[in-house]
Design a binder for this molecule. Structure first.
Ligand code: NAP
Length: 302
Protein backbone atom coordinates (compact mmCIF):
# COMPACT_ATOMS: atom_id res chain seq x y z
CA UNK A 1 0.00 0.00 0.00
CA UNK A 2 1.39 3.42 -0.94
CA UNK A 3 1.93 5.82 1.95
CA UNK A 4 1.69 9.62 1.83
CA UNK A 5 2.16 12.27 4.49
CA UNK A 6 -1.19 13.76 3.50
CA UNK A 7 -4.07 12.45 1.42
CA UNK A 8 -6.58 15.03 0.24
CA UNK A 9 -10.00 13.81 -0.86
CA UNK A 10 -11.56 16.26 -3.32
CA UNK A 11 -9.92 18.38 -6.00
CA UNK A 12 -12.00 21.55 -5.84
CA UNK A 13 -10.74 24.94 -4.75
CA UNK A 14 -10.28 23.82 -1.09
CA UNK A 15 -8.48 20.58 -1.95
CA UNK A 16 -6.20 22.13 -4.59
CA UNK A 17 -5.27 25.00 -2.25
CA UNK A 18 -4.52 22.47 0.50
CA UNK A 19 -2.25 20.62 -1.94
CA UNK A 20 -0.34 23.83 -2.73
CA UNK A 21 0.25 24.56 0.96
CA UNK A 22 1.18 20.96 1.85
CA UNK A 23 3.61 20.62 -1.07
CA UNK A 24 5.23 23.93 -0.24
CA UNK A 25 5.76 22.47 3.25
CA UNK A 26 7.50 19.55 1.49
CA UNK A 27 4.97 16.89 2.44
CA UNK A 28 4.17 14.01 0.09
CA UNK A 29 0.62 14.57 -1.10
CA UNK A 30 -1.94 12.43 -2.90
CA UNK A 31 -5.03 14.23 -4.18
CA UNK A 32 -8.08 12.09 -5.02
CA UNK A 33 -10.80 13.42 -7.31
CA UNK A 34 -13.72 11.52 -8.81
CA UNK A 35 -14.94 13.99 -11.40
CA UNK A 36 -13.15 17.14 -12.54
CA UNK A 37 -10.38 19.15 -10.90
CA UNK A 38 -11.72 22.55 -9.93
CA UNK A 39 -15.01 21.33 -8.46
CA UNK A 40 -18.09 23.52 -8.67
CA UNK A 41 -16.36 26.36 -10.55
CA UNK A 42 -15.98 24.16 -13.62
CA UNK A 43 -19.74 24.75 -14.02
CA UNK A 44 -19.47 28.56 -13.70
CA UNK A 45 -19.48 30.64 -16.86
CA UNK A 46 -17.90 33.54 -15.00
CA UNK A 47 -16.40 33.96 -11.56
CA UNK A 48 -16.42 37.60 -10.47
CA UNK A 49 -15.75 37.39 -6.74
CA UNK A 50 -12.44 35.58 -6.36
CA UNK A 51 -9.80 38.03 -5.14
CA UNK A 52 -7.51 39.19 -7.90
CA UNK A 53 -9.84 38.21 -10.75
CA UNK A 54 -12.42 40.72 -11.89
CA UNK A 55 -13.92 38.19 -14.27
CA UNK A 56 -12.57 34.76 -15.12
CA UNK A 57 -14.17 31.67 -16.68
CA UNK A 58 -14.72 28.96 -14.08
CA UNK A 59 -12.87 26.41 -16.21
CA UNK A 60 -9.88 28.75 -16.59
CA UNK A 61 -9.65 29.33 -12.85
CA UNK A 62 -9.94 25.56 -12.31
CA UNK A 63 -7.08 24.97 -14.77
CA UNK A 64 -4.92 27.54 -12.99
CA UNK A 65 -5.60 26.06 -9.56
CA UNK A 66 -4.80 22.58 -10.84
CA UNK A 67 -1.67 23.69 -12.70
CA UNK A 68 -0.31 25.33 -9.56
CA UNK A 69 -0.85 22.20 -7.43
CA UNK A 70 0.55 19.91 -10.15
CA UNK A 71 3.64 22.07 -10.74
CA UNK A 72 4.49 21.68 -7.05
CA UNK A 73 4.49 17.89 -7.40
CA UNK A 74 1.05 16.89 -6.12
CA UNK A 75 0.22 13.31 -7.10
CA UNK A 76 -3.33 12.87 -8.36
CA UNK A 77 -5.67 9.95 -9.05
CA UNK A 78 -9.20 9.85 -10.44
CA UNK A 79 -10.72 7.62 -7.77
CA UNK A 80 -13.69 7.79 -5.41
CA UNK A 81 -13.04 7.50 -1.67
CA UNK A 82 -15.40 4.88 -0.25
CA UNK A 83 -14.37 4.70 3.41
CA UNK A 84 -11.70 5.58 5.96
CA UNK A 85 -10.05 3.12 8.30
CA UNK A 86 -8.01 4.17 11.28
CA UNK A 87 -5.04 2.43 12.79
CA UNK A 88 -2.82 3.67 15.60
CA UNK A 89 -0.66 6.14 13.70
CA UNK A 90 -2.21 6.36 10.29
CA UNK A 91 -5.42 6.63 8.35
CA UNK A 92 -6.22 4.36 5.45
CA UNK A 93 -8.30 5.68 2.58
CA UNK A 94 -10.17 2.96 0.70
CA UNK A 95 -11.12 3.99 -2.83
CA UNK A 96 -12.86 2.26 -5.71
CA UNK A 97 -9.38 1.56 -7.13
CA UNK A 98 -6.93 1.06 -4.27
CA UNK A 99 -6.00 1.69 -0.62
CA UNK A 100 -3.67 4.45 0.56
CA UNK A 101 -2.24 5.13 4.01
CA UNK A 102 -1.41 8.58 5.29
CA UNK A 103 -0.38 10.43 8.43
CA UNK A 104 -3.03 13.12 8.02
CA UNK A 105 -6.17 13.36 5.94
CA UNK A 106 -7.97 16.37 4.50
CA UNK A 107 -11.58 15.91 3.41
CA UNK A 108 -12.57 18.53 0.83
CA UNK A 109 -15.34 16.76 -1.06
CA UNK A 110 -17.65 19.74 -1.58
CA UNK A 111 -21.34 19.27 -2.24
CA UNK A 112 -23.60 17.50 -4.72
CA UNK A 113 -26.65 18.81 -6.58
CA UNK A 114 -30.06 18.62 -4.93
CA UNK A 115 -32.50 16.88 -7.30
CA UNK A 116 -36.27 17.29 -7.53
CA UNK A 117 -37.09 13.63 -6.93
CA UNK A 118 -39.81 13.80 -9.62
CA UNK A 119 -40.35 10.74 -11.76
CA UNK A 120 -38.79 11.28 -15.17
CA UNK A 121 -35.88 13.21 -13.72
CA UNK A 122 -33.46 10.27 -13.56
CA UNK A 123 -34.54 8.87 -16.91
CA UNK A 124 -34.18 12.24 -18.70
CA UNK A 125 -30.96 13.43 -17.07
CA UNK A 126 -28.57 13.92 -19.99
CA UNK A 127 -31.60 13.85 -22.34
CA UNK A 128 -32.80 17.37 -21.73
CA UNK A 129 -32.50 17.55 -17.95
CA UNK A 130 -29.17 18.94 -16.72
CA UNK A 131 -27.50 20.27 -13.58
CA UNK A 132 -24.85 22.23 -15.51
CA UNK A 133 -25.76 25.06 -17.86
CA UNK A 134 -22.16 25.81 -18.76
CA UNK A 135 -21.48 22.15 -19.65
CA UNK A 136 -24.70 21.45 -21.56
CA UNK A 137 -26.10 24.85 -22.56
CA UNK A 138 -24.69 24.75 -26.10
CA UNK A 139 -26.81 21.65 -26.82
CA UNK A 140 -29.89 23.86 -26.50
CA UNK A 141 -28.85 26.64 -28.85
CA UNK A 142 -31.95 28.25 -30.38
CA UNK A 143 -34.31 26.18 -28.21
CA UNK A 144 -36.78 26.86 -25.42
CA UNK A 145 -35.38 26.09 -21.97
CA UNK A 146 -36.26 26.44 -18.29
CA UNK A 147 -34.21 26.93 -15.14
CA UNK A 148 -35.55 25.76 -11.78
CA UNK A 149 -34.45 27.69 -8.68
CA UNK A 150 -33.94 31.19 -7.34
CA UNK A 151 -30.36 31.29 -6.04
CA UNK A 152 -27.13 32.48 -7.63
CA UNK A 153 -26.76 29.29 -9.63
CA UNK A 154 -30.23 29.65 -11.17
CA UNK A 155 -29.74 33.31 -12.05
CA UNK A 156 -26.23 32.82 -13.45
CA UNK A 157 -27.38 29.75 -15.41
CA UNK A 158 -30.30 31.74 -16.85
CA UNK A 159 -27.97 34.61 -17.80
CA UNK A 160 -25.67 32.18 -19.60
CA UNK A 161 -28.51 30.39 -21.38
CA UNK A 162 -30.23 33.63 -22.42
CA UNK A 163 -27.37 34.34 -24.83
CA UNK A 164 -27.63 30.89 -26.42
CA UNK A 165 -31.24 29.79 -26.30
CA UNK A 166 -34.44 30.99 -27.90
CA UNK A 167 -36.06 31.47 -24.50
CA UNK A 168 -35.37 30.83 -20.83
CA UNK A 169 -38.19 30.48 -18.31
CA UNK A 170 -37.05 30.79 -14.70
CA UNK A 171 -39.32 28.78 -12.40
CA UNK A 172 -39.07 29.83 -8.75
CA UNK A 173 -41.23 28.81 -5.82
CA UNK A 174 -41.14 32.27 -4.23
CA UNK A 175 -41.27 35.78 -5.70
CA UNK A 176 -37.89 37.02 -4.51
CA UNK A 177 -34.48 35.70 -5.46
CA UNK A 178 -31.68 34.66 -3.15
CA UNK A 179 -29.19 35.63 -5.85
CA UNK A 180 -27.01 38.77 -5.86
CA UNK A 181 -28.99 41.88 -6.80
CA UNK A 182 -26.60 42.76 -9.66
CA UNK A 183 -27.10 39.39 -11.34
CA UNK A 184 -30.90 39.58 -10.93
CA UNK A 185 -30.87 43.06 -12.46
CA UNK A 186 -28.79 41.84 -15.43
CA UNK A 187 -31.20 38.95 -15.94
CA UNK A 188 -34.25 41.19 -15.87
CA UNK A 189 -32.75 43.08 -18.86
CA UNK A 190 -32.72 39.96 -21.05
CA UNK A 191 -35.62 40.13 -23.53
CA UNK A 192 -35.93 36.35 -23.94
CA UNK A 193 -36.13 35.55 -20.21
CA UNK A 194 -39.43 35.27 -18.39
CA UNK A 195 -40.11 34.55 -14.74
CA UNK A 196 -42.68 32.21 -13.25
CA UNK A 197 -42.78 33.18 -9.58
CA UNK A 198 -44.59 31.29 -6.82
CA UNK A 199 -44.51 28.34 -9.17
CA UNK A 200 -43.42 24.76 -8.52
CA UNK A 201 -42.42 22.04 -10.93
CA UNK A 202 -44.99 19.24 -10.82
CA UNK A 203 -44.07 16.87 -13.68
CA UNK A 204 -41.28 16.26 -16.18
CA UNK A 205 -42.44 14.77 -19.50
CA UNK A 206 -40.69 13.10 -22.41
CA UNK A 207 -40.00 9.67 -23.89
CA UNK A 208 -36.55 9.68 -25.48
CA UNK A 209 -35.93 13.33 -24.63
CA UNK A 210 -37.49 16.02 -22.45
CA UNK A 211 -40.51 17.52 -24.21
CA UNK A 212 -42.45 19.55 -21.62
CA UNK A 213 -43.00 20.39 -17.96
CA UNK A 214 -46.13 20.75 -15.90
CA UNK A 215 -45.88 23.62 -13.43
CA UNK A 216 -48.28 24.73 -10.72
CA UNK A 217 -48.96 28.32 -9.69
CA UNK A 218 -49.10 28.01 -5.90
CA UNK A 219 -51.25 31.15 -5.53
CA UNK A 220 -54.02 30.03 -7.89
CA UNK A 221 -53.43 26.26 -7.74
CA UNK A 222 -53.57 26.19 -11.55
CA UNK A 223 -51.42 23.79 -13.57
CA UNK A 224 -49.97 24.76 -16.94
CA UNK A 225 -47.81 23.06 -19.53
CA UNK A 226 -44.44 24.45 -20.54
CA UNK A 227 -42.94 22.94 -23.72
CA UNK A 228 -39.13 23.00 -23.33
CA UNK A 229 -36.18 21.09 -24.76
CA UNK A 230 -33.94 21.75 -21.76
CA UNK A 231 -34.46 21.92 -18.00
CA UNK A 232 -31.60 23.13 -15.81
CA UNK A 233 -31.91 22.20 -12.15
CA UNK A 234 -30.40 24.85 -9.86
CA UNK A 235 -32.10 24.11 -6.57
CA UNK A 236 -29.10 24.02 -4.30
CA UNK A 237 -26.48 21.67 -3.06
CA UNK A 238 -26.27 18.94 -0.42
CA UNK A 239 -23.36 17.38 1.47
CA UNK A 240 -21.98 14.02 0.33
CA UNK A 241 -20.21 12.96 3.50
CA UNK A 242 -21.68 9.44 3.81
CA UNK A 243 -18.26 7.71 3.44
CA UNK A 244 -16.99 9.59 6.51
CA UNK A 245 -19.95 8.97 8.80
CA UNK A 246 -18.80 7.20 11.96
CA UNK A 247 -15.21 8.41 11.48
CA UNK A 248 -15.82 12.14 11.91
CA UNK A 249 -18.83 13.77 13.52
CA UNK A 250 -21.47 15.19 11.15
CA UNK A 251 -24.16 17.72 12.02
CA UNK A 252 -27.87 17.01 11.57
CA UNK A 253 -27.72 18.21 7.92
CA UNK A 254 -24.78 15.95 7.07
CA UNK A 255 -21.98 18.56 7.13
CA UNK A 256 -18.69 17.59 8.82
CA UNK A 257 -18.45 19.36 12.16
CA UNK A 258 -15.31 21.51 12.04
CA UNK A 259 -14.51 25.04 13.10
CA UNK A 260 -12.31 27.70 11.53
CA UNK A 261 -9.25 25.53 12.32
CA UNK A 262 -10.79 22.85 10.05
CA UNK A 263 -10.18 20.18 12.72
CA UNK A 264 -12.76 17.42 12.87
CA UNK A 265 -13.72 15.21 15.81
CA UNK A 266 -10.97 12.78 14.74
CA UNK A 267 -7.32 13.73 15.37
CA UNK A 268 -5.39 14.08 12.14
CA UNK A 269 -8.48 14.45 9.95
CA UNK A 270 -9.32 17.94 8.69
CA UNK A 271 -12.34 19.16 6.72
CA UNK A 272 -12.00 22.02 4.22
CA UNK A 273 -14.45 23.92 2.05
CA UNK A 274 -18.17 23.47 1.49
CA UNK A 275 -18.34 19.99 3.10
CA UNK A 276 -17.82 21.37 6.62
CA UNK A 277 -20.06 23.39 8.93
CA UNK A 278 -19.46 27.05 8.07
CA UNK A 279 -21.39 30.29 7.66
CA UNK A 280 -20.28 31.21 4.12
CA UNK A 281 -19.66 28.74 1.30
CA UNK A 282 -17.74 30.65 -1.34
CA UNK A 283 -14.56 30.14 -3.39
CA UNK A 284 -12.64 32.56 -1.20
CA UNK A 285 -13.60 30.71 1.99
CA UNK A 286 -12.84 27.34 0.34
CA UNK A 287 -9.34 28.57 -0.53
CA UNK A 288 -8.89 29.86 3.02
CA UNK A 289 -9.95 26.47 4.41
CA UNK A 290 -7.48 24.68 2.16
CA UNK A 291 -4.63 26.77 3.54
CA UNK A 292 -5.77 26.33 7.15
CA UNK A 293 -6.37 22.58 6.84
CA UNK A 294 -3.02 21.91 5.16
CA UNK A 295 -1.15 23.97 7.72
CA UNK A 296 -2.98 22.13 10.51
CA UNK A 297 -2.17 18.77 8.90
CA UNK A 298 1.52 19.68 8.60
CA UNK A 299 1.61 20.72 12.26
CA UNK A 300 -0.12 17.47 13.23
CA UNK A 301 2.58 15.49 11.42
CA UNK A 302 5.51 17.34 13.00
P1 NAP B 1 -29.08 28.15 -3.07
O1 NAP B 1 -28.52 29.50 -2.85
O2 NAP B 1 -29.30 27.23 -1.91
O3 NAP B 1 -30.47 28.34 -3.85
C1 NAP B 1 -31.27 27.26 -4.14
C2 NAP B 1 -32.55 27.77 -4.76
O4 NAP B 1 -33.35 26.65 -5.11
C3 NAP B 1 -33.37 28.65 -3.81
O5 NAP B 1 -33.94 29.70 -4.53
C4 NAP B 1 -34.43 27.68 -3.29
O6 NAP B 1 -35.66 28.31 -3.06
C5 NAP B 1 -34.61 26.74 -4.46
N1 NAP B 1 -34.99 25.40 -4.05
C6 NAP B 1 -34.44 24.61 -3.09
N2 NAP B 1 -35.04 23.41 -3.04
C7 NAP B 1 -36.00 23.44 -3.99
C8 NAP B 1 -36.95 22.51 -4.44
N3 NAP B 1 -37.03 21.27 -3.90
N4 NAP B 1 -37.80 22.87 -5.43
C9 NAP B 1 -37.70 24.11 -5.99
N5 NAP B 1 -36.82 25.04 -5.62
C10 NAP B 1 -35.97 24.72 -4.62
O7 NAP B 1 -28.20 27.27 -4.11
P2 NAP B 1 -27.27 27.75 -5.35
O8 NAP B 1 -27.95 28.80 -6.13
O9 NAP B 1 -26.82 26.52 -6.04
O10 NAP B 1 -26.01 28.41 -4.64
C11 NAP B 1 -25.21 27.65 -3.74
C12 NAP B 1 -24.10 28.54 -3.18
O11 NAP B 1 -23.18 28.86 -4.23
C13 NAP B 1 -24.63 29.88 -2.67
O12 NAP B 1 -23.86 30.27 -1.57
C14 NAP B 1 -24.41 30.80 -3.83
O13 NAP B 1 -24.30 32.17 -3.48
C15 NAP B 1 -23.09 30.26 -4.39
N6 NAP B 1 -22.97 30.59 -5.82
C16 NAP B 1 -22.34 31.77 -6.13
C17 NAP B 1 -22.22 32.14 -7.45
C18 NAP B 1 -21.51 33.42 -7.77
O14 NAP B 1 -21.31 34.22 -6.88
N7 NAP B 1 -21.12 33.63 -9.00
C19 NAP B 1 -22.74 31.34 -8.48
C20 NAP B 1 -23.38 30.17 -8.12
C21 NAP B 1 -23.51 29.81 -6.78
P3 NAP B 1 -35.89 29.33 -1.83
O15 NAP B 1 -35.20 30.59 -2.24
O16 NAP B 1 -37.35 29.42 -1.73
O17 NAP B 1 -35.26 28.65 -0.65
Amino acid sequence: MEHYDIVIIGGGCAGLTAAVYARRAQKSVLLLENNAFGGQITASAAVENFPGFQNIKGTELADRLFAQAAALGTETRFETALSIEESENEKIVVTDGDRYSCGALIIAVGLRHRMTGLSGENRLIGRGVSTCAVCDGALFRGKDTAVLGGGNTAVHDALYLADLCKSVTVIHRRDTFRADAAAVEALSQKPNVRFLFHTVLKEIHGDERLSSLTVTDTETGEDSSLPVAGLFLAIGLLPQNEPFQGVVELDESGYIKAGEDCRTSCRGIFAAGDCRTKPLRQLATAAADGAVAATGACRFLS
